[in-house]
Ligand binder design. Structure first.
Ligand code: URA
Ligand code: CA
Length: 441
């Protein structure tokens, strides 16, 4: 078999066999197939797409490219949560601690930022000393004792996805349904969770911009999960504007801390309670989503969620004093407001552009090798439906470079669409996909 022939076959819109998909995944993982051929192949898949069978085969091949994590040493039903990637999405930092505080083991494998979207590991590294590197035995022990541990995607967990994810990020081939579904599900399957809650984003800041595509992506992933015996549900949620107010690593961690104190943005709080409720139900800790929600609300009110974050940070080598004194987080040299150009209602905040503005400031990676500046980012002051007066601050930029600050300001001003007529606020939860079918709200 030759990679050249596989590229041509897909370029011409033909269906790949199981053997061909296995050949590609094995060859690429071993380093026998070069990045430039795989780049072309990804672009061919992007344009010609894969069917359900090819997507399932790609997922299985990626799972088999590395080790499985055996979580059977952890007591209880292990429920994992994964987001398809959004802007300003700090959910894991809140959800992990509150779900763990409810007694559900959280054995989380997280990723780094991809394109205009952020990643949990980068954010957590805002705590000085925090590390996701630890032997698997230590990871298990932490989950058993503290009910929570956050690991990186080790080189051995779906290594094919690790290589592909980094390559897709820099070749404009992320936003393909089959590639996203196989990427996410291969990691979730290999990392051993019994049940999976997927937060499938939809809108301008998501990889899937159209609601129907997001439902289809959720369905594809639920099908794959069900097929391999993992109870999987997908919640379709709005990403037509950034989640919460903060975008950028340390800024988002501070927002997570506020949310764990019960003082967070309404949308971020609502999303965490919704996803968390489903996790508690899947783990058998509550009979209904309503009952689960009450448990989680009490955990926030009593401070147990915040205490769990402190415990997590400490357990993984980070400075937990940051939780109580957020002035310890890295701060940049420039903090400047972005002023509205006119009076009106906020109709739209192009979330992907806000993500790009954060990327320009240094909060994300431009290439595989880019270093991240943890201190920079954006805090929005106005969200869709809000009224703003001319020269009122719609956002604040945190930067370490005046030129980049100016560039980000231009992007933010363009991302905001301000109109004269009143605008309704957006609904956050669009629907849910389970093995029983689709429910739209
Ligand atoms: N998140 C992933 O893990 N993979 C993708 O391809 C996109 C988002
Ligand atoms: Ca946020």
């Amino acid at each position: 078999m030759r990679m050249y022939d596989l590229i041509m076959k897909k370029r011409n819109g033909e269906e790949l066999t199981t053997g061909e998909i296995n050949f590609f995944v094995e060859g690429y993982t071993k380093g026998e197939i070069p990045d430039y051929q795989v780049s072309a192949f990804m672009m061919a898949i992007y344009f010609q797409k894969m069917n359900k069978r090819e997507t399932a085969d790609l997922t299985k091949a990626m799972v088999n490219s590395g080790e499985f994590i055996d979580l059977s040493a952890i007591e209880g039903t292990k429920v994992d949560k994964h987001s398809t990637g959004g802007v300003g999405d700090t959910t894991t930092l809140i959800l992990g601690p509150i779900v763990a505080a409810a007694g559900v083991p959280v054995a989380k494998m997280s990723g780094r930022g991809l394109g205009h979207t952020g990643g949990t590991i980068d954010k957590l590294e805002s705590f000085k000393g925090f590390s996701v590197e630890m032997p698997i035995e230590k990871f298990m022990q932490n989950v058993n004792e503290k009910k929570i541990a956050i690991g990186g995607q080790t080189a051995n967990l779906a290594p094919a996805d690790k290589k592909l994810y980094a390559l897709r990020d820099v070749t404009a081939t992320v936003d393909n349904m089959s590639l996203i579904a196989s990427s996410i599900m291969s990691k979730k399957i290999a990392s051993g969770a019994d049940a999976i809650v997927l937060d499938v984003k939809t809108g301008s800041g998501a990889f899937m911009k159209k609601e129907d595509d997001s439902f289809a992506l959720a369905q594809e992933m639920v099908d794959i999960g069900t097929h391999v015996g993992r109870n999987t549900i997908g919640v379709i949620t709005d990403m037509d504007q950034p989640l919460g107010f903060a975008v950028g690593n340390a800024l988002e961690v501070k927002e997570a801390i506020d949310t764990l104190k019960g003082e967070g943005p309404a949308d971020l709080t609502e999303l965490c309670l919704t996803l968390g409720s489903h996790m508690l139900v899947l783990a058998g800790k509550a009979k209904t989503a309503e009952e689960a929600r009450t448990i989680l609300e009490d955990i926030i009110k009593s401070g147990k969620g915040l205490a769990k974050l402190r415990e997590l940070v400490e357990a993984q080598g980070g400075e937990s004093a940051y939780v109580d004194d957020t002035s310890l987080f890295p701060t940049p040299s420039i903090i400047e407001p972005v002023l509205a150009l006119k009076d009106g209602y906020i109709k739209e905040i192009k979330a992907d552009d806000i993500g790009i503005a954060a990327l320009v400031l240094g909060a994300g990676r431009e290439t595989k090798e880019s270093e991240i500046d943890l201190s920079v980012g954006i805090v929005l002051h106005k969200k869709i439906g809000d009224f703003v007066k001319k020269d009122e601050a719609i956002a604040t930029i945190y930067a370490n470079n005046a030129k980049k600050q100016k560039e980000a300001e231009k992007i933010i001003l363009k991302a905001y669409n301000i109109v004269q007529e009143e605008v309704k606020a957006k609904s956050l939860i669009k629907g849910i996909v389970t093995k029983e079918g689709i429910k739209r709200f």
